[in-house]
Design a protein around this ligand. Structure first.
Ligand SMILES: Cc1cc2nc3c(=O)[nH]c(=O)nc-3n(C[C@H](O)[C@H](O)[C@H](O)COP(=O)(O)OP(=O)(O)OC[C@H]3O[C@@H](n4cnc5c(N)ncnc54)[C@H](O)[C@@H]3O)c2cc1C
Length: 417
């Protein structure tokens, strides 16, 4: 790119790629530069994700965000020539207790009011949809036909390729060391090679966002928490695709991948990660596998998926999801610094909301406001409490541990019901 970029995006994960894409779609000719520290785009959190995009959410803003992502992905390959690996599989939510089933009904009622197709199905239908399911262990099920999943890093690269077609420049191997400000306004970044000027700076640095903002004295209210999943060896006869299965009573999700099962576990005693603990900073590849924890997950799934029992582990995948004390994203202008925007706190829903995140940031950067009320995501919403590390970690762990908890409005699904 010759000349000064209008917008510098720091971080080339799925949020950075989506932001760049939406910026140039809304403002053709805008000079957007994305700086990624790693050797390739989407090499950190995004590379580990299951990529599931589900509409059963307690928070109406998140239901809308997920709907925008599904709408974008439906036609993405055909309209851009870049395939995000989207599968419209639907999702099946299974209850092992009557109490859970009652909560599902409340959640379904809530999302149907927002226009999402979701229906209770009988156990014969549930078995047709997911043949290995032991329906004798179930109290009921709900099917959401419009849900799906992507190959998450492929999706991020597809967003990036479409953005590059429209003129965005992506530079990998470029670590931003500090954000440059003057007179309360952002005006660029510092890299090892020297300073780089830019009109507006957007930080989509995933678990490392707080470190960059700390240099400006701003506490970002998001805590990296370990999330683990694994894939089994192939199970002969398992269909290539079936609906994503959510088993909240086991705190697990599961779907087919590469002939085996991919399943993940929302740990009830979550591990918060201090990304500054190592001198060079803790990276996704440094997160150690916790085999006993994943064995615990398998035990919890055994009643519902007995066929899992005999399958060896093919490989583990793990990373850090950034969690917040209220399960809402952190997205908006950084308090006290004009021209600086931040987006993190994905709350394990960053792929699902990726299109909306990019669209919202593009609106904020270009128009100074969004068509949606984004106050629940305001980076400054916790005030001085965000600087209280003990409080932040304790609350974020509590919210993550309750990802699938039962609440008055239904199952929380990472939000508040
Ligand atoms: C095991 C697992 C399963 C998951 N499953 C799902 C799922 O099914 N559905 C879903 O919606 N979400 C899921 N998630 C969450 C999802 O992966 C995240 O929400 C999403 O990837 C966040 O994207 P991001 O761009 O914010 O972060 P990242 O992908 O981490 O990208 C941030 C980028 O910023 C770069 N960066 C940081 N600091 C700097 C710097 N100083 N200079 C330059 N570059 C920098 C990093 O190198 C990184 O590439 C899962 C996560 C995990 C770990």
């Amino acid at each position: 790119m010759s000349g000064r970029p209008d917008v510098i995006v720091v971080g080339g994960g799925i949020w950075g790629a989506s932001t760049a894409l939406h910026l140039v779609r809304r403002s053709p000719g805008l000079r957007v530069l994305v700086l990624e520290r790693g050797p390739t785009l989407a090499c950190e959190t995004t590379s580990q994700a299951a990529g599931q995009i589900g509409q059963l959410r307690a928070n109406p803003l998140m239901v809308k965000a997920v709907g925008r992502t599904l709408a974008l992905l439906e036609t993405f390959a055909a309209t851009t020539g870049h395939d995000p690996g989207f599968v419209r599989s639907g999702s099946l939510h299974v209850a092992t207790t009557a109490e859970r089933m009652a909560a599902f009904r409340r959640t379904v009622e809530g999302v149907r009011r927002l226009g999402v197709a979701a229906e209770e199905v009988d156990l014969v239908r549930a078995h047709e949809l997911v043949p290995r399911l032991n329906t004798a262990a179930l109290a009921g099920a709900v099917f959401v036909p419009g849900d799906g999943y992507v190959d998450a890093p492929r999706c991020a690269r597809a967003y990036a390729a479409a953005a590059a077609d429209a003129g965005v420049e992506f530079r990998t191997g470029c670590e931003v060391k500090a954000l440059r400000t003057e007179g309360g306004r952002a005006h660029g970044v510092d890299m090892a090679a020297g300073p780089l000027d830019g009109g507006v700076v957007v930080v989509t640095g995933g678990p490392w966002t707080a470190r960059l903002l700390a240099g400006l004295g701003h506490a970002v209210p998001a805590v990296p928490i370990r999330l683990q999943q694994l894939r089994t060896v192939p199970d002969p006869g398992l269909p290539a695709h079936h609906p994503v299965v959510r088993i909240p009573d086991a705190s697990c999700y599961l779907r087919p991948e590469a002939g085996g099962y991919l399943y993940g576990y929302i740990d009830p005693h979550p591990l918060a990660v201090d990304v500054g603990a190592a001198a060079r900073g803790v990276r996704t590849a440094d997160i150690a596998v916790d085999e006993p924890l994943m064995a615990e997950a398998r035990g919890r799934l055994a009643g519902v998926f007995p066929s899992l029992g005999s399958l060896a582990v093919d490989h583990y995948r793990q990373g850090m999801v950034t969690c917040t004390p209220d399960a809402n994203y952190v997205l908006g202008p950084a308090p006290g610094v004009a021209g600086l925007f931040v987006a993190t706190g994905c709350s394990a829903m960053g792929i699902a909301g990726s299109a909306a995140v990019g669209a919202w940031l593009a609106e904020l950067v270009l128009d100074g406001r969004s068509t949606d009320d984004l106050s629940p995501f305001d980076p400054g919403r916790f005030g001085a409490r965000a600087a209280d590390c003990d409080w932040l970690v304790a609350e974020s762990r509590r919210v993550y541990a309750n990802y699938y908890s039962l609440a008055a409005g239904g199952t929380t699904y990472g939000g508040r019901a």
